[in-house]
Design a protein around this ligand. Structure first.
Ligand code: FEO
Length: 573
């Protein structure tokens, strides 16, 4: 069954995936941004599932943008009034946005979720509903062999996430975990090469900041001997390459977990801004090869908080609430963090944009009085967070992580064979400034690892370090300008763009610019510029090699020559 609203390119799809089990997929072909600022060139899907034994369960609902299409799809498959259970894996709106609509048609359904998720759903749905709180090891027998088991998987990637396993079909319903933002009509992971880049990108954006939680979840999956399918909440279901793709999660998470430094991000989940701000900081931390650990102050045992503070190199704290539900618990936990930090640790604080938050200035003073070093200027959030706020958080996390890794970076530089190092240093490049504008975000970076890469279409490659702020604005499909600096005139621009910018700082203050046709800034003093669009990216250890096609370009001075960058060694720029 396929239905379409053509102007929105929203479609739905349903298919039996095992005995008594049907996938309901909402295909969002054009969505180009998801969460924070993640690039999304391949759209996404929102998947939910019907399991029919003697009783019927619906696993997750869908995004509210699919209201009409999803309810039509559901009505076409079943009388919603016969749904006995609505299992909610977690409460993020892209899967729970239509819970209220489903319950309106299934008034007798029991909502099955973690205790925390149920509390949140009560506020979301605004009318009473039957509910059952489940925890790890609990089972729900639907009859006809479908005995569902619940497996807590907190932080993947929402605090209340729970997996559901149906041993009779070997299907594990994981929602966000093991998913990818990839929209096409292939129900399963038939073509690994088509999806593996998006699978990796999704992991880095959403799961890497919770690598420890991924490993915990993988451990909990080990007893699932007949695991045959992972029914994800986004993208294709994993079946044909299940072992390989699960193994990749393990390998990547172990790599993150082996980082020399770890930073704990303490926050209080409010299923909104606080979570996203915290995740943006954690993602910024992982971009600089430092492990991050998100810790909910209100939901974590005090003894565990003490243990975490004892082993991490840095702590980041989002201002917890001083009043309201759980405020006392959060304040006690914060007190424990403050009582256990050590002077050699690095700290960061940010406003979580909740009601009645702890004031940020006294919190900063507490950390500095205890002798800790600030890893980034406190992030003050006065207005509803925007893309720029999340980018500021990401850059703050990266700054803190770079500070923690500075000695390790020097050691790595020294580890290169001296002859190789000198020979690499004989590679030369031009001097360029990349400038990019994307929505309310703009950024710039001095670059020299730039090379023409194709004639038709005209294309070039640029190597961008993974921890560069501009990297987030150079996803596939993004546009930017490559400014080519001029011999004899480049020094002021080089000095300007070489300096260390504070997180979120406007890179263009004091620099004359014009807008290119693609909107990105062109430096008035550049020798020439090229308007580029990112076509593909290749992961190269600590850099992304970005291939882009050139869509336009101008030379300001036909007599000028390109500034050249000569180095003595190859272990740094
Ligand atoms: Fe896909 Fe956490 O929502």
């Amino acid at each position: 069954m396929v239905q379409t609203i053509p102007q929105l390119r929203l479609t739905t799809q349903s298919e039996m995936i095992a005995a008594g089990t049907t996938a309901l997929r909402c295909l969002d072909w054009d969505r180009d941004r998801f969460d924070i600022e993640f690039g999304l060139q391949n759209g996404t899907t929102y998947n939910s599932y019907l399991i029919r034994g003697d009783r019927t369960a619906l696993v997750d609902a869908s995004h509210e943008k699919f209201r009409e299409l999803y309810m039509d799809l559901l009505n076409g498959l079943i009388d919603p009034g016969t749904i006995d259970y609505l299992i909610v894996s977690h409460t993020e709106p892209d899967h729970s946005g239509l819970v209220g609509d489903v319950l309106a048609l299934a008034p007798n359904a029991t909502v099955v979720a973690s205790r925390t998720a149920l509390q949140f759903l009560q506020n979301m749905v605004h009318h009473p509903f039957a509910q059952r709180a489940v925890k790890g090891g609990d089972q729900l027998d639907l009859g006809n062999g479908h005995v569902l088991e619940f497996i807590p998987a907190p932080n993947l990637h929402w605090p209340d996430t729970m997996f559901t396993f149906d041993r009779s079909t070997g299907i594990l319903f994981t929602c966000d975990a093991f998913g990818l933002h990839y929209c096409d009509e292939h129900l399963f992971d038939d073509d690994l090469s088509a999806i593996e880049k998006d699978y990796r990108f999704y992991y880095e954006c959403l799961m890497a900041p919770n690598a420890r939680s991924v490993l915990t979840a993988l451990k909990r999956m080990e007893p699932l001997e007949n695991l045959a399918t992972i029914a994800t909440g986004h993208g294709p279901l994993l079946r044909h390459h299940l072992g390989e793709l699960v193994e990749r999660y393990r390998r990547w998470s172990e790599e993150h977990n082996q980082a020399t430094n770890t930073v704990a991000v303490f926050y209080v989940s409010d299923y909104g801004y606080s979570d996203r701000l915290s995740q943006a900081i954690a993602q910024g931390i992982t971009k600089a090869h430092v492990a991050a650990e998100l810790v909910d102050l209100r939901a974590t045992e005090l003894v565990e908080i003490q243990e975490i503070v004892g082993r991490v190199s840095g702590v980041v704290v989002g201002t917890p609430p001083t009043t309201g539900a759980g405020a006392e618990t959060a304040q006690a936990a914060l007190g424990l963090v403050l009582a256990n930090v050590r002077a050699k640790q690095t700290f960061g604080v940010y406003e979580a944009f909740g009601d009645c938050d702890e004031p940020i200035t006294p919190l900063i003073s507490r950390f500095t009085d205890l002798g800790l070093t600030a890893g980034f200027p406190a992030v003050r959030v006065q207005d509803v967070p925007t893309g720029a706020t999340y980018k500021l958080c990401e850059e703050s996390g990266t700054d803190l992580a770079q500070w923690l890794s500075r000695e390790q970076a020097i050691q790595q530089m020294k580890a290169v064979d001296v002859n190789v190092d000198k020979a690499m240093g004989r590679l030369s490049g031009g001097l360029y400034v990349i400038s990019a504008l994307k929505g309310d975000l703009k950024s710039a970076m001095l670059a020299s690892w730039v090379s023409q890469a194709s004639f038709t279409p005209p294309g070039l490659s640029i190597a961008v370090a993974k921890d560069r702020a501009i990297e987030a604005l150079m996803q596939v499909g993004d546009t930017f300008v490559l400014n080519i600096l001029e011999e004899g005139k480049y020094i002021p621009l080089m000095r300007h763009f070489l300096k260390r910018f504070a997180p979120g700082e406007d890179r263009f203050v004091g620099v004359e610019t014009l807008a290119a046709r693609n909107g990105s800034p062109v430096l008035r003093d550049a020798l020439a510029y090229l308007e580029c669009r990112v076509a593909s990216r290749m992961e190269c250890s600590d850099h992304w090699l970005v291939y882009c096609t050139v869509e336009d370009g101008r030379v300001a001075n036909l007599e000028g020559t390109t500034a050249v960058h000569h180095r003595k060694v190859g272990n740094h720029y």
